[in-house]
Design a protein around this ligand. Sequence first.
Ligand SMILES: Cc1cc2nc3c(=O)[nH]c(=O)nc-3n(C[C@H](O)[C@H](O)[C@H](O)COP(=O)(O)OP(=O)(O)OC[C@H]3O[C@@H](n4cnc5c(N)ncnc54)[C@H](O)[C@@H]3O)c2cc1C
Length: 310
Amino acid sequence: MIAESLKQELSRIATLPVQWNYPLAPLTSFGIGGPADAVISIENKTELAELLSFFAENHLQYRFIGKGTNLLVADKGFNGVVLLFGTALSSIRVVEELERGALQVQVGGGCSLAKLLSWCLENKCTGLEFVSGIPGSLGGAVIMNAGAWGGEIADVITGVTVYSKSCGEEYLDRSELDFGYRQWKNKKNKKNEERLVLSADIVLSRGDENSIANTCREYLKKRKEKQPKGVKNAGSFFKNPPEDSAGRLIEAAGLKEKRFGDAMVSPVHANFLVNMGAATAADVKLLMEFVVKKVKKESGIELQAEVHFL
Ligand SMILES: Cc1cc2nc3c(=O)[nH]c(=O)nc-3n(C[C@H](O)[C@H](O)[C@H](O)COP(=O)(O)OP(=O)(O)OC[C@H]3O[C@@H](n4cnc5c(N)ncnc54)[C@H](O)[C@@H]3O)c2cc1C
């Protein structure tokens, strides 16, 4: 709980009204989780700097959330402040036209991948078709090194602008960025503080509008065929082990439709743990642990969660 005296100060710093004791479930694609003490949409960098100093001085916990599509929030919620991106930190800007039809673009961390892809289509830019149907934000995609169909966000990034309490705003060039499979290894600074992805610089190429649109349509069609529909989830729950697929291993262990409460292994795609309506984080955790144990017993492989926890 945040003390009343701190609440007043927090309201003064925040540009937009602070949402107190705010439910996090609707801010996630899983639709699961209790409230945060406070939720704030950040509108500008000055406000962000003031907030992070305030949190440090008053020992308040905080966490950034993008579109909440890769996140499982605890049933008891979050004892601290959740920071979201306001519209001002979600813009798309052409920085430079490069040689041979290439284009340097700066994208705000809060920009949704869907908005970015629409922009690519309008501006006939190719390079990001693989994000079709990935429902997150650009900031979240950097943190996760989101990818599909053999592409990943690291392929197009040339630099990232981040913010953290001790280092302030920093520009990290591609040569300093260490991406792995579904992870960005520099997500914390040297003082172990989370870095907020303010924006990313990406390089795209001018391409043929029809061919870009056709590729996006093809990827969306494949997704519709392979992924569960009409149930809340957080995408692939586990990372694929090297040279194998988590979905194949879970299915081979006979776990499709395994259920704890309202959390179930999808019958459509076994790497999707789905919320059948009123699943709790405790249900998902039980199911996750059961899946990990059974797959380990059957195959000797220990699955690692791709989903992040709050
Ligand atoms: C139906 C469905 C399909 C999916 N398909 C795919 C897929 O094909 N490939 C794939 O890779 N993923 C997929 N995902 C997962 C998810 O969409 C991606 O990982 C996405 O990049 C997460 O972005 P987000 O904004 O939702 O992140 P969130 O879930 O909000 O956050 C994820 C993590 O990043 C942190 N974070 C978020 N934004 C920032 C920021 N700006 N700065 C610092 N930290 C931040 C959060 O604290 C958290 O730890 C899918 C999800 C769903 C629901």
